[in-house]
Structures are given as C-alpha cells and as structure tokens.
Write a protein that binds this ligand. Structure first.
Ligand code: MG
Length: 179
C-alpha cells in the first residue's frame, strides 16, 4: 500500500510526464508548420515515450492500491524562434523532469518505501538517456545555427533515427502505424 505522501507525489509526477508529452506534441506541431518533418517525427517519438512513462506510473500507482487522480496539464509553449530554441527548451524540460523524479526517489527513501524506490530506478536510468540525447541534438543545432544545409541534414538524420534511443517506439508516427 502506498503512503498518502507517495501517492500524491506519484500523481504529480504522472502530470509531469503527460505534460512533457503534450509539450513534445506542441513542438511537433511547430515543426510540422515549418516543414521540418524530420524534427517533427523525433518529437512524436518523444511524445509517445512520455505517455508511456506516465502510464507506467499510473499502472504502478493502481497496482500498489493507490488512487490515480490526474492533475491538469500545463499549457505548452507554441512559439519558438528556431529549431535550436525548441531543443534548448526540450533539454530544460528533461532536466526539470530528472529533478522531480530524483526528488520522488528521495521521498521514497525517507518513507522507507523500497518498492517505489525499485520502481523508480528505471526512470532514473531513462533520464540519463533522455538528457544525454537531447543535450547532444541541442549542441549540434547550436553549431548548425542558421546554416540551411546543416539544418536540413540534421532534420533528415533525426527523422531517420526518431525513437532510436532504447525503449522508444522507433519513430512511429502517432497512432502507432509503421513509419
Ligand atoms: Mg519522462
């Protein structure tokens, strides 16, 4: 059985995961509008991942006899300066998400909730991946700056490798149809 504190913190984190998914979808929409379909594809894959994270926590909360109470989603940003700006914000979001998962783990330690600690280990490892890949793309986009050739190359590369990191849905567009 979950303590009330852990239950509340899990619900908050479920909200963060779904909000991250919603934000990635908003980023995809911006890329679609600007015809960066490779970057958009990458964002769809990230969205699927975040929804999967949220559902993993949702299921865990239910399995431990907790009550899922979904919080409101935060309105995502809709305007971006350029592809680099999008990834810079995605990186900030991943770092913020790592912090809240870290804090949640800390709470599970304080509460001597070993099951929640064990469950959260997967998320901690996942955040190392998420931060690393987002940081890498952001750095490349910074180098590419306003060079159209470099941006087109990165757009194509990311489109090909969307969801290429472990545990993702391999670049499938929303709805799960094959790419
Ligand atoms: Mg996540």
């Amino acid at each position: 059985m979950l303590s009330k504190k852990i239950e509340a913190a899990l619900n908050t984190q479920i909200g963060h995961e779904f909000t991250a998914g919603y934000t990635y979808l908003s980023m995809a929409a911006w890329f679609e509008f600007n015809h960066w379909t490779g970057f958009a594809k990458w964002m769809y894959a990230q969205r699927e991942e975040e929804l999967m994270h949220g559902m993993k926590m949702y299921k865990f909360t239910c399995d431990r006899g907790g009550r899922v109470e979904l919080p409101a989603l935060v309105k995502p940003p809709t305007e971006f300066k350029n592809p680099h700006d999008v990834f810079a914000r995605a990186f900030l979001m991943e770092k913020a998400n790592s912090k809240t998962i870290n804090d949640l783990y800390g709470l599970a330690v304080d509460e001597r909730d070993y099951m929640t600690q064990s469950f959260l280990k997967w998320f901690l490892d996942e955040q190392v991946e998420e931060e690393n890949i987002t940081d890498e793309v952001e750095a490349l986009l910074k180098v590419a700056a306003d060079n159209p050739g470099a941006l087109v190359t990165l757009n194509n590369l990311l489109g090909q490798h969307a969801g290429g990191s472990p545990g993702t849905t391999a670049g499938r567009p929303p709805g799960g149809r094959p790419a």
